[in-house]
Design a protein around this ligand. Structure first.
Ligand code: NAD
Length: 293
């Protein structure tokens, strides 16, 4: 199967490498040359544009930062919908607005393409290990067509419902994750201010009712866990600005529907303050160091 992979960043690159390892012919494009170099060295076919990668692809996968990048990639004058073959199945794995996702998929459908939204959870470690969770929105027939490929990159493939519903699940999940990271950081800092060893505190809370994913798998306090961003100077991982984007998606979505998300809104403001203090490109667990007067 020929796959076009567009967006080879922290997530896209390891996902594409898993497809190469599974024996697929993967043509990739990214705006950053160093990412393309790593992709090529691992057996990918690096090309000079998204539309070149998409030529004759059975499946076109995108993994881009935000809604505006996805709109530009698919809807632009020389975008995928204008240049690719409608026989290609379109799979957008980026985390974007459910509304934008539905609009892009509807335009794609009007031009004869099938498109699904398939955002992921599991972080860069899950992308590398091929254990991501995919939350998929779209028609069953298209989801079933994509499933064997998604299974090369992930362990759990959930069909959430019609177009855009994968994004809805992802937005809810990440709002909860952002809140969990702030709450876990706050509890750890309070314990440490009392003289507690953060590792002992984490171990005990992990066996108590404060137990959660951040505490057990992505501890924000440096030195508590190996192989997590906090222990590596908060580099790479899932950026503060990406979490800020996801919380903005959640609060915008809530605003559209008149749903109440006060903790989501407070969290968005706290990540925004952390980003404005110059931490936007650090991993989101660096919010552990946020001090609020
Ligand atoms: P990233 O910024 O590391 O990678 C995005 C890549 O897209 C960059 O390399 C950029 O150069 C490239 N790009 C932008 N416009 C492009 C275009 N027109 N054509 C080709 N390439 C283009 O971001 P990431 O961490 O890989 O995240 C990607 C998406 O996955 C985001 O929507 C994010 O919210 C989501 N996500 C990230 C994580 C994580 O842990 N990093 C986890 C789950 C979901």
């Amino acid at each position: 199967m020929k796959v076009a992979f567009l967006g080879l960043g922290n997530m896209g690159l390891p996902m594409a490498l898993n497809l190469i390892q599974a024996g697929h012919q993967v043509h990739g494009f990214d705006l950053v040359q160093s990412q393309l170099d790593v992709f090529k060295a691992a057996g990918g076919i690096s090309v000079g544009s998204a539309s070149e990668a998409a030529i004759d692809a059975d499946v076109i996968i995108s993994m881009l930062p935000a809604s505006r990048h996805v709109e530009a990639l698919y809807l632009g004058d020389s975008g995928i919908l204008a240049t690719a073959n409608p026989k290609s199945l379109l799979v957008d794995c980026s985390t974007i607005s459910p509304k934008v996702s539905q609009a892009v998929a509807a335009t794609a459908k009007a031009k004869g393409f099938a498109m699904i939204d398939a955002p992921v959870s599991g972080g860069t470690a899950g992308a590398q290990a091929g254990t991501l969770t995919f939350m998929v929105g779209g028609d069953s027939v298209d989801v079933d067509q994509a499933r064997p490929l998604l299974e090369k990159m992930g362990k759990n493939i959930f069909h959430a419902g019609p177009s855009g519903s994968g994004q809805t699940v992802k937005v809810c999940n990440n709002m909860l994750l952002g809140i969990q990271m702030l709450g876990t950081s706050e509890a750890l800092r309070l314990g440490m201010a009392n003289g507690m060893d953060p590792k002992v505190l984490s171990d005990m809370m992990s066996k108590s009712s404060g137990r959660n994913w951040v505490l057990e798998l992505y501890n924000p306090c440096p030195g508590v866990m190996e192989n997590v961003p906090s222990t590596k100077g908060y580099v790479s991982g899932f950026g503060v600005d990406l979490m800020l984007k996801d919380l903005s998606l959640a609060t915008e979505n809530a605003g559209d529907l008149d749903a109440s998300v006060p903790l989501g809104e407070l969290s968005r403001k706290l990540y925004e303050a952390h980003s404005k203090a110059g931490n936007g490109s650090l991993d989101f667990s660096s919010v552990f160091n946020l001090k609020v007067d």
